[in-house]
Design a protein around this ligand. Structure first.
Ligand code: G4P
Length: 530
């Protein structure tokens, strides 16, 4: 086994997904704390620092009118080298958030115990499900009043359609939170108030049958626990690593990121249950990082406009196999050319750093002189294979775009096409019109501002955006369909994307169902595939 393969085996590359405020940042920070990246004394400050480093970068990007970077944090924990991919949320939610998931091998889904499954979790989970990657659930904020545990699990199973397997089980919540019961060892891990995480806390375990439990857990709570465990053992799915690997069973953990409770336990379990870099599909078959010796990577994000000259961009790529060395030459498959991979950098908790080497599973940013597109493959293999493209994700906000000064037609078309190629926006046209009527679709509304800002700044074109009421978009999968004859609803609009693929826009979800009913055999999807 080569040293390179050993390095790749150590990698765990995952994304953390959640609805805003569920505790993603706090949990990430606690991972860093346990990974020794930030120290205890700096814990509370550490949060500020971690957030600060990331948000500084965000500010710069915002000023430049670009969407927020999906940063990557790398650190060692035990024998593993962890790469955490951050998925921007809040108003920064954009297609990049989805694309980031294409670079991950698994996902940690953080859920607020008082809220359950929320809108953004649902959307992000769908992308994980599409890729069949393992999803681990961390139910957070147990130190606050939580919803009934069975209800929470039921909701995950029903709303997300994935069976769950609790690895541990909470004993009470809020002021009555006493800890978690670990099913395999039949031990209770006792909760300790760490003053909002200002202290690390000691991990104390006690067998559930031990007499001493009564010193920490009230009789009533213990009885309830035993009842719930009995119910659980009868009703819940058993842990099955194969199902977890296939993304068909989600192991569930409970804890409180803020209080440092359950985080280390989660990490220890998670790192044995999650996967090292997975094989990826290419046009020449599956490429397995444990066998492929050559370097290969694909671009999942492009950060444009690092300076105003515009041709200065960073292409973020996920290394799929082999070893990367700064300045190496490799083949850019889509461009059909050899390229030098220079100025490689990694986003770290404390800023960016230049790197010399990286391995399968790692994420790097490469200087892009304007040649890469999202989904492109770069490889040093003489086979020149190309990885499967990244799908286009359904935008949720639409606007008609017009330019103020019609004399600037050329710049407008050029600008809007380039921005679309970078993947910041999607553009659609009606079937019989040319470029005079352009509909722009975005995943997060911030992208409209980005578009307006960038067209003005980089192309000197002012635009007017007229918001359209569509909320649902579906790509038509059928190859041989005559769009003209499609029988839709009155709110439906037929358009095509840049690649000429037909799509339907709808105002409400009811119309999607109605259109499917009216056209037998019609296949619609939320992901535009190559
Ligand atoms: P996000 O990245 O998912 O958006 O969430 P973030 O970690 O920023 O957490 C959102 C809020 O929830 C923060 O409070 C954070 O302190 C709190 N929080 C996170 N985990 C826990 C937990 O386990 N228990 C409790 N009780 N609270 C938790 P905030 O007041 O909005 O921010 P801050 O002033 O504390 O920074």
């Amino acid at each position: 086994m080569s040293a390179m393969i050993d390095e790749i085996k150590k990698r765990r590359t995952f994304a953390i997904i959640s609805h805003p405020d569920a505790g993603k940042t706090t949990l990430t920070e606690k991972f860093l704390l346990y990974g020794g990246v930030i120290n205890q004394a700096g814990s509370v400050k550490g949060k500020a620092t971690a957030k600060h480093a990331v948000s500084d970068w965000m500010e710069i990007e915002k000023e430049r009118g670009i969407s927020v970077t999906s940063s990557v944090l790398q650190f060692e924990f035990g024998d593993c080298c962890i790469n955490i991919l951050d998925t921007p949320g809040h108003q920064d939610f954009s297609e990049d958030t989805y694309r980031t998931l294409m670079a991950a091998d698994s996902a940690v889904m953080v859920i607020d115990a008082s809220k359950g499954v929320e809108a953004q979790t649902r959307k992000l989970f769908k992308v994980c499900a599409m890729r069949h990657i393992p999803v681990f659930t961390f139910i957070n904020k147990m130190d606050r009043e939580a919803r009934d545990t069975f209800d929470l699990l039921d909701e995950i199973e029903k709303e997300l359609g994935i069976p769950t397997c609790p690895v541990n089980w909470p004993i009470g919540s809020g002021k009555a939170f006493r800890g978690v019961y670990e099913r395999e060892s039949r031990e209770i891990e006792l909760f300790e108030d760490t003053m909002k995480g200002t202290r690390m806390g000691t991990v104390r375990r006690i067998p559930v049958e031990d007499e001493g439990v009564s010193r920490f857990v009230e009789d009533e709570a213990r009885e309830q626990l035993l009842e719930e465990i009995e119910l659980l053992d009868g009703a819940s799915a058993e842990f099955d690593q194969e199902l977890v690997d296939a993304g068909e069973l989600s192991p569930v953990f409970f804890g409180s990121a803020l209080m440092n409770f359950g985080v280390e336990t989660f990490l220890n379990h998670f790192l044995t249950m999650t996967t090292s870099p997975l094989p990826r599909v290419s046009d020449q078959g599956v490429i397995d990082p444990m066998e492929e010796q050559d370097f290969s990577a694909f671009v999942f994000k492009i950060q444009a406009n690092m300076n105003k000259a515009h041709r200065d961009r960073i292409a973020f790529m996920r290394i799929c196999s082999g070893e990367f060395e700064a300045g190496m030459d490799a083949w850019h498959v889509q461009g059909g050319k050899k390229v030098r991979l220079s100025q490689p950098q990694q986003m770290m908790a404390n800023g960016r750093k230049m790197i010399e080497t990286a391995y399968g599973g790692d994420i790097i940013g490469i200087f892009d002189p304007g040649i890469f597109s999202i989904g492109d493959t770069i490889t040093s293999s003489p086979k020149h294979y190309a990885y499967e493209g990244i799908p286009t994700f359904a935008p949720e906000h639409f606007a008609r775009v017009r330019q103020v000064d019609t004399m600037k037609r050329k710049q407008f078309i050029k600008g809007i096409n380039q921005i679309a190629q970078e993947g910041a926006i999607q553009i659609f046209q009606e079937f019989n019109t040319g470029m005079e009527e352009i509909i722009v679709g975005v995943v997060g509304v911030l992208q409209f501002d980005v578009l307006t800002y960038r067209l003005k700044n980089e192309y000197n074109v002012e635009i007017i955006l007229e918001k359209l009421p569509y909320e649902y978009i579906r790509w038509v999968e059928n190859k041989d369909i005559d769009i003209k004859n499609l029988r839709g609803t009155s709110d439906m609009k037929k358009v095509k994307d840049l690649k000429g693929r037909p799509l339907l826009l709808f105002i409400n979800s009811w119309s999607v169902g109605m259109t499917l009913e009216r056209n037998e055999g019609l296949e619609l999807t939320e992901f535009g595939r190559e």
